[in-house]
Design a protein. Structure first.
Length: 70
């Protein structure tokens, strides 16, 4: 029984390490895409004028991100 518990504990450590590395990878890719878009003029040309949907969404959301009227 001790051997099984050690193996389960080892797999838990591997799972935790995998989750942390996957999160780090995704965060790094998000940061890279944000920095690469920020350095180009693509973001400014696409989002110079907000659409009516964007304006309505910004007006109807509160600071927690929940959609609803005040």
């Amino acid at each position: 029984m001790k051997g099984v518990k050690k193996i389960k504990k080892l797999y838990n450590y591997y799972a935790i390490g995998l989750i942390i590395s996957l999160f780090s990878f995704v965060s790094g890719m998000e940061l890279y895409s944000y920095l690469s878009v920020r350095q180009t003029s693509l973001f400014a040309t696409l989002y110079r004028e907000p659409t009516k949907f964007d304006i309505n969404l910004l007006k109807s959301t509160n600071y927690l991100g929940a959609i609803g009227n005040y």
